[in-house]
Each structure stands twice: as structure tokens, then as C-alpha cells.
Ligand binder design. Structure first.
Ligand SMILES: [Zn+2]
Ligand SMILES: [Zn+2]
Length: 274
């Protein structure tokens, strides 16, 4: 029996004798089956290949980014937040090895894991078992769990206070249960919003965008983006980190609000004439 991993999205499945027929995360309009077809690996194979390593970098006080080199699957970045001796892993990556475990233990380990949405579920159960940490996933995305575990806590409603100064908010949009993490103590108490790709930092770092599907460029309705911007108004933050190591360094809340406004104008046909 093996825990197979889809090589396109990096998500691990429950143990099986043979490779799953298809990846449910990829075989859906928000992702895609690789043009060369579905392929699988396992964590053991990845470690044994000696091809991968994780880069753990200090971003700022009490915030570390973690990503795999060379890039694997979707290529996302996870973050370790050190909040008052309670460490939270925000989003997850597929690859993990002994040196990653040692480095993260040196940073205080992981007390809880929280996920923005199914594209980053990766090997979350491996991480949860290694660090003996619960995983917080929104109930509305339960159907996308590919490896069930009693480590997963399905939270409900619009917000969940994980710790003092750490709140998860369901914004929806990209996925029904899509969530962001508000870290009020970060950035010298000015606050940080970790957004996965629920709010996407774009090439021009003063702006963000919102999509149902990023690889297939399917937009969200204007009403949903307005609703998301309305929620964000209430959060305390001045900086955003997304899942691809893109950062809106300051004034991030006004970036979200003006970006939502621009998005709605574009969708409604009043931003430009071409
Ligand atoms: Zn996949
Ligand atoms: Zn996504």
C-alpha cells in the first residue's frame, strides 16, 4: 500500500495498492490534468531521488517562508508564524525530509496547521503526524479531502479564532471554504494577512486580484468580489503575503479595496473601452 501523490497538484491520497485512476483536485475546472497525462509519485520516492530540498527563509520578525527547490506541483510557499510560543503552519507543501523537520523543530515546531483551500492540502497529514498538530480546514471544502485523518478539524462559520491575535476567515470565492489568516501581532502590530491565492497578489505589487480559476482564467462574479472586499475591511492588517511569495508590503488593505473596485469595473465593462 502506498500514499500516492499527484505530480501536477502535489496532493497526497489515502493509501492504496495501485495508483488512483484520476486526481479529483486536478480533474476539475479550477485545475487541470497535465497535457502529458496524469502521473504519480510518493513522498519516499521524492526523498530517495535526492532531487529536492526545502528552503526555509526568515521573512521578517516571527515569520518564515517554506518552499521546495526545484519547484514541485503547484509550487506554493507555506509560512510558519511564531505567535506567542504558538506556531502555526499556514498552508502546506508536499515535500518534507529530515532536514526540514530538524529546522522547523529548531524554530519551535508546529502547534497547528491551517489551510487556505484544497490546492495546498499537499501532504498535510504527513506534516500533522510528524509535528503532532491538528489541521484546520473549513467544513465547506470537506469534499476535497483526499486523505482523511482524525488530525483534521473541520471548522464552520465565517471566522475562527485560533489563538490570541490569529483568526481564520472564510472568504469563499476561489473555493466555497476558501480562507485567509489574519495575524494581528505581525508586522510590528500593524497586522499581516496571509491569503494563499484566495486574494492573489499580482505582478504589480500594489494590486491584487480574485479568481475562481487561476490556471484557466475563470473570474469571480462582481457581487462575490464586493462581498469579499467588505469582509476584508474589518480585518487588521497592513501587509499581505500570498502563496507564491508575493508581498504587498504596506497599505495592503487599501490595495485590496481599490483592486476590488477596479475588478468590478472591469467585469461590468466600465473600466476601459477596447
Ligand atoms: Zn492533482
Ligand atoms: Zn488555488
Amino acid at each position: 500500500m502506498k500514499y500516492y501523490i499527484c505530480e501536477t497538484c502535489g496532493v497526497q491520497y489515502e493509501s492504496s495498492l495501485k495508483e488512483p485512476d484520476t486526481c479529483k483536485i486536478c480533474n476539475e475546472e479550477r485545475q487541470y490534468i497535465h497535457p502529458n497525462g496524469q502521473s504519480w509519485t510518493t513522498l519516499e520516492e521524492m526523498v530517495d531521488s535526492g532531487q529536492f530540498k526545502n528552503a526555509i527563509e526568515r521573512e521578517e520578525k516571527k515569520l518564515y517562508s517554506i518552499h521546495t527547490v526545484p519547484s514541485f506541483g503547484i509550487g506554493q510557499t507555506a509560512y510558519l508564524v511564531q505567535n506567542n510560543d504558538f506556531n502555526i503552519l499556514w498552508d502546506c507543501i508536499t515535500y518534507i525530509d529530515e532536514s526540514t523537520i530538524k529546522e522547523i523543530k529548531n524554530l519551535g515546531g508546529v502547534d497547528a496547521i491551517a489551510l487556505s483551500h484544497p490546492h495546498y492540502y499537499s501532504t498535510q497529514i504527513e506534516w500533522a503526524e510528524i509535528f503532532d498538530a491538528p489541521i484546520y480546514v473549513h467544513e465547506d471544502d470537506r469534499e476535497w479531502i483526499t486523505r482523511p485523518s482524525n488530525k483534521i478539524i473541520f471548522w464552520t462559520g465565517e471566522s475562527l479564532k485560533l489563538e490570541n491575535g490569529i483568526v481564520l476567515h472564510r472568504l469563499g470565492g476561489h473555493f466555497k471554504g476558501a480562507a485567509v489568516l489574519e495575524w494581528k501581532n505581525g508586522n510590528d502590530e500593524k497586522g499581516i494577512l496571509l491569503t494563499g491565492d484566495v486574494i492573489q497578489v499580482v505582478a504589480d505589487r500594489k494590486w491584487v486580484s480574485f479568481m475562481y480559476s487561476y490556471p484557466n482564467l475563470i473570474p469571480l462574479p462582481a457581487s462575490k468580489v464586493e462581498e469579499m472586499a467588505d469582509r476584508v475591511k474589518e480585518f487588521e492588517f497592513d501587509r499581505i503575503y500570498n502563496a507564491f511569495h508575493r508581498i504587498v508590503k504596506e497599505d495592503a488593505k487599501s490595495s485590496v479595496l481599490k483592486s476590488a473596485e477596479r475588478y468590478v469595473k472591469a467585469i461590468n465593462g466600465t473600466l476601459f473601452t477596447t
